[in-house]
Design a protein. Sequence first.
Length: 510
Amino acid sequence: MSKTAATLAPAADPSRWKALVFIALAQLMVVLDATIVNIALPSAQTDLGISDGNRQWVITAYALAFGGLLLFGGRIADKWGRRNAFVVGLIGFALASALGGAANGEAMMLGARALQGAFGALLAPAALSLLAVMFTDAKERAKAFGIYGAIAGGGGAVGLILGGFLTEYLNWRWTFFVNIPFAIVAAVGAWMVIREPAGSRNRAPLDIPGVVLSTTGLVALVYGFTRAESAGWSDGLTVTMFVASVLLLAAFVLVESKVKSPLLPLRVLLERNRGGVYLSLGLAVISMFGLFLFLTYYLQVVKGFSPVKTGFAFLPMIAGMITGSTQVGARLMTRVPPRLLMGPGFLVAALGMLLLTQLEVGSSYPALILPAQLLLGLGMGTAFMPAMSLATHGVNPADAGVASAMVNTSQQVGGAIGTALLNTIAASATTAYLTDHAAEAAAGGPAAQLIQAQAMVEGYASAIWWAVGILVASSAIALTLINTGRPGAGGPVAAGSPEEAELKVPVIAH
């Protein structure tokens, strides 16, 4: 880094490690919420009288609001200040959670979930961008993002455990109420200890056409994939959503290239390292979301695990993610270029996924599922940590919120695609297997039940093969597109780069 850039870099915040505790707590709450409600959904559906046709909206309402509003939330964080956006997001998320826990009918539940998604879209990019502007030393930044990456990757599995406990031993309403103490502690702590560096806000006027086009385009995209899962890919409304999404997002890119103060400056998106992160991370999340779905069903339906036991069965993946993020990724991040962590990390995860293609009805958990989860967690944790850090690497501090929002957007869209795409592949393979074994299935009795179970597992294995290929593609993209050197060693987006010269502002020190 040049001397000029070093002198322009903000001094380290003395409260940054305390701030990390509250940022990590808020991130855990948001990630938990993505899976904790899945476990509680059957009980909530029965209590509130939600029809089978509408139950998906408990998940979809959250996903649409969260995915659709992320870019807007990131820009609001840049404009208001990240601490302010963070605290407002936490308070709003807590109130929406209280509303969900107290829901007395379908409308109240769906409204609460949409509100949770909206406030989550404000909270998530504010949290990540706070890390970006508060941790300026390369080694400290590696540790901070290691912790954040472990939570981002492993929190979903923790949600399965907590959701199982709360649903089984209390009731489903506590899967909502549990967010309230998380939010209160994080909001009070953040307000007391977080101090943003001076001059890091972006006070430019809001790009209203950009807000409208990006929000409607992303909502159409996420809804298209969630609808494809239930109604099929050739359904008229599904196709309409995809066409509308392409047109709206194309119009958004056109508008952003013309307006003076864009919602998403194209320099954030088109810089090859950040673009490589968004693309490779989004693809990797497709695999992860599909796997959570299949393993949950396999363990509960095929193996007969309880919700709590299923949650604990995911612990090896969490252990692998924490080890990959905090021990492998954080230790090597300042020594090797990010692509040499992300590329091999995704390949290790692909190896774990490859093991799971051997799933059978009688597969042993210790012999097959446990080592596969360890490899998946280790690989994803190692790759996630530098990805989270690189997403805001060298970015103008005033764009940190919207750059962080793009990470969350790629994950959210990847999750929607993964659930729909891999579930469709699994369902097709299951149907084909049942068709081939129709005579045995029609016989009834234990033999027919075994055929049903084998058909489900055949479907999961077929979809997991696709997930292996997607992770290999993630690795190839990371190794090809990401070309920055190790943090602190300069590189294409470090101090003195063409991007910095174009911005004419100090970059975040690395």
